[in-house]
Design a protein around this ligand. Structure first.
Ligand code: PLP
Length: 446
């Protein structure tokens, strides 16, 4: 039997990675690869390959599978909804999971009373970023955006222009969307004016004032776009005074504050949104990744007063608010609430941070172990000038992989190992991961 393309169908019962990997030629190299695992299933914090090997997955599909792989409640909600209707297009029909989600998710908006926030749904993080920037420009009638160095906001044409975590995301794609300016992110470890929190925040704010003095009038700026914790840029936790200071500056100039919570949100840091670690209330929250446990769904939340300014047709999309994705998102909220996952993320995050600090303590090339909740980074650097050591980050990933632990890198130079467990992870798994990190560091002699 042959497929339409003439390619022989491989017998699905052949559970042999080599056989399946022989078919990978059509997967383009633009998908830079971390592993060659061919996966059969995922269960909680674990993935199982078609050869029956189990790996502790502390990549979480890049911070997506917050409720663990294939949580039974999420999987059941998906199956049930798929059996009823898959695509009930937003302009044409309402559906129950969508209506429920539009009611429940905005209740989590930081600092707004229930009923005052609204939700617009799309499919990916980058798409939600586009929506947030369009809303800010439309509502303020201002043309410019100030984003932060090291920020990552996605790969669509607009989102990559807002991204500065690495040249590979925007290089050779010029000309990019205009009206975007960058200020320094408060990165205490690498702050050029001194390694205190106050100095790092002051340096960032001075960078914004410098933009106002040299390249853009504040009343031309529609929004500050900021990650409450840098994700792709290196898992950098800014001082708690940063977001309130930005809020204050935004209020002074009538600028909106957009919090890109695509990676830091949905409980990852132990609070529903990472901005909740501070008193600063964003005007727009951008979310994706964890909101539907792996179904493609994203969105923005804002006060209804702001969101409703986008008139009919000013934004939209064929798939936004897909019924199956919304059912997964409703089940995700149920799981987060019923299993008290915010408390688990806080507890396990502290345990993991302490465990990793214990095994990295005294190692000269580990410049910093930092994080909040289950968003933890290990930065490798050397010498007084902190020369990045991406080779060590890569070697650590390799050794951890050999020990059946999956991790990712991040940071402009790839010098940071990021550890992203699901929020359902257990004491035992956390201890295993910390032990493997220690063994791997010993193996590479870092
Ligand atoms: N914003 C942040 C903070 C992200 O981490 C990402 C993806 O990693 C995005 C936006 C883009 O999301 P997506 O890849 O779903 O377009």
């Amino acid at each position: 039997m042959t497929q339409l393309t003439g390619t022989p169908i491989i017998d699905e019962r052949v559970d042999d990675s080599a056989v399946w990997l022989a078919r990978r030629a059509g997967v383009p190299p633009v998908w830079a690869r971390y592993t060659d695992l061919v996966v059969e299933r995922g269960i909680g914090s674990w993935v199982e390959t078609i050869d029956g090997e189990r790996y502790l997955d502390y990549t979480c599909g890049i911070g997506v599978t917050n409720t663990g792989h294939a949580h039974p409640r999420v999987a059941a909600a998906i199956a049930e909804q798929a059996g009823k209707i898959i695509h009930a297009q937003q302009n044409i029909l309402y559906h129950k999971p969508g209506l429920e989600l539009h009611e429940r998710l905005p209740r989590t908006f930081p600092g707004l009373p229930v009923g005052e926030a609204g939700l617009f749904l799309s499919n990916s993080g980058a798409e939600a970023i586009e929506a947030s920037v369009k809303l800010a420009k439309y509502a303020t009638r201002r043309p410019a955006i100030i984003a932060f160095r090291g920020g990552f906001h996605g790969r669509t044409h607009g989102a990559m222009a807002l991204t500065s975590s690495g040249v590979k995301y925007r290089g050779h794609f010029e000309p990019l969307l205009g009206g975007i300016h960058f200020a320094p992110y408060p990165y205490v470890l690498r702050n050029p004016t001194g390694r205190s929190e106050d100095e790092a925040v002051a340096f960032s704010l001075a960078g914004i004032e410098d933009l106002f003095a040299t390249v853009v009038y504040p009343d031309d700026v529609a929004a500050f776009l900021v990650e409450p914790i840098l994700g792709e840029g290196g898992y950098v936790v800014p001082p708690d005074s940063f977001l309130p200071a930005l809020r204050e500056l935004a209020d002074r100039h009538g600028i909106l504050l957009i919090a890109d919570e695509v990676q830091s949100g949905m409980g990852r840091t132990g609070r529903m949104w990472a901005t909740e670690w501070t008193d600063a209330r964003p005007d727009i929250v951008v979310m994706a990744k964890g909101i539907a446990s792996g179904m493609p769904l994203s969105g923005i939340m804002a006060s209804r007063e702001l969101l409703d300014r986008l008139g009919p047709g000013a934004h939209g999309g064929t798939y936004g608010g897909n019924a199956v994705a919304c059912a997964a998102a409703v089940a995700t909220l149920d799981v987060i609430e019923s299993e008290d996952l915010l408390a688990n993320a806080t507890r396990q995050g502290e345990r993991l941070l302490a465990g990793i600090r214990a095994v990295t303590d005294g190692r000269q090339t580990v410049a910093e172990v930092r994080g909040r909740g289950l968003m933890i980074g290990i930065e490798f650097a050397e010498g007084a000038d902190l020369a990045p050591r991406p080779d060590l980050a890569k070697a650590l990933l390799h050794e951890a992989f050999e020990r059946k632990l999956l991790l990712l890198t991040c940071g402009t130079y790839g010098q940071v190992v990021r550890v992203i467990p699901p929020l359902v992870t257990t004491d035992e798994e956390v201890d295993t991961a910390a032990r493997v990190v220690g063994e791997s560091l010993a193996a590479i002699g870092a």
